[in-house]
Design a protein around this ligand. Structure first.
Ligand SMILES: Nc1nc2c(c(=O)[nH]1)N[C@@H](CN(C=O)c1ccc(C(=O)N[C@@H](CCC(=O)O)C(=O)O)cc1)CN2
Length: 290
């Protein structure tokens, strides 16, 4: 058996078209969705992602601003800039590209962003709201995974999902999102004993460990859905996932490639969240005018 490939690029393309049409409609009401991206330092991968976010804004008719700082910027300066962006009515979404240099407290920076403009969905208010099933900005990569699964017709209710990885930006929220869809979720991580026993019973595996080729065919039950969140570089600089794609594709029922799987969905859902925030701003304006 060869797995069906879940084509993230194609799904992202469809979603972006839908978003661009909604952006046009919103513009007729006098609001152009605006995204502010804060980039600190010289990390080449971060620069690439930020450029891609800006290009996607342009492609979808959104306004974007880039605020760049050198590696040595003081945390206080970042916090002051965020406070300013929180008050800027032309900006509906604010994000600070991660990772940040070690001297800056990531959580202090995330918490400085108004939850209403936290289009990354990293603020504890949005995470908490998502956990209890309330309206919230959903973190972009987990949200992208959920959309990919739904668009590919993968049923979630009652399915056993094994999340391998427990980061705050992917592992923990993706498990919670799938739990909200009535899946049964197991979290595995670096201290989990007998990982294969857990993953072998999974209908859906979410691999988010950050280790090239970590999930092999032995981990996968025949026919399972395998979602690869890994974005690792090998010695030659080639982009690799957390899944040994070549061997797992012969066992899995569905699989996401790297590149071209989860990655393109991350920026697409960021655009969706920015549009949603701009819509919220319009609704607020209309309520105050009535
Ligand atoms: N503030 C944030 N920081 C980071 C996030 C985030 O969601 N918000 N996620 C990652 C980086 N990231 C977006 O910022 C991101 C990673 C990967 C991709 C992507 O499209 N990957 C492509 C391959 C691209 C390449 O060739 O390098 C793919 O997988 O097909 C988009 C966005 C950490 N930081």
């Amino acid at each position: 058996m060869t797995a069906l490939i879940i084509d993230g690029k194609e799904i992202a393309k469809r979603k972006k078209l839908e978003i661009s049409l909604e952006v046009e409609k919103l513009k007729e009401s006098g609001i152009t969705p605006g995204l502010a991206v804060v980039l600190v330092g010289d990390n080449q991968a971060s620069k690439t992602y930020v450029r891609s976010k800006q290009m996607t804004c342009k492609e979808l008719g959104m306004h974007s601003v880039l605020i760049e700082y050198t590696e040595s910027v003081a945390e206080g300066e970042l916090l002051r800039k965020i406070a300013e962006l929180n008050e800027d009515d032309s900006i509906h979404g604010i994000l600070v590209q991660l990772p940040l240099p070690k001297h800056i407290r990531e959580m202090a920076v995330i918490e400085a962003i108004s939850p209403e403009k936290d289009v990354d969905g990293f603020h504890p208010v949005n995470i908490g709201r998502m956990m209890i099933g309330q309206e919230a900005f959903l973190s972009c990569t987990p949200f992208g995974i959920l959309v990919m699964l739904k668009e590919s017709g993968v049923a979630l209710e009652g399915k056993h999902v094994v999340v391998v990885g427990r980061s705050n930006i992917v592992g923990k929220p993706v498990g919670q999102l799938l739990l909200n869809e009535n899946a049964t979720v197991t979290y595995c991580h670096s201290k989990t004993k007998e990982l294969v026993k857990h993953t072998q019973s999974a209908d859906i595996i979410i691999a988010a460990v950050g280790r090239t080729g970590f999930i092999t065919k032995e981990h996968v039950k025949p026919g399972a859905v395998v979602i690869d969140v890994g974005i690792n570089r090998n010695e030659e600089g080639k982009l690799c996932g957390d899944v040994s794609y070549e061997e797992v594709k012969d066992v899995a029922g569905h699989i996401t490639p790297v590149p071209g799987g989860v990655g393109p969905m991350t920026i697409t859902m960021l655009m969706y969240n920015t549009l949603k925030s701009a819509r919220n701003a319009l609704n607020k304006l209309q309520r105050t005018n009535n």
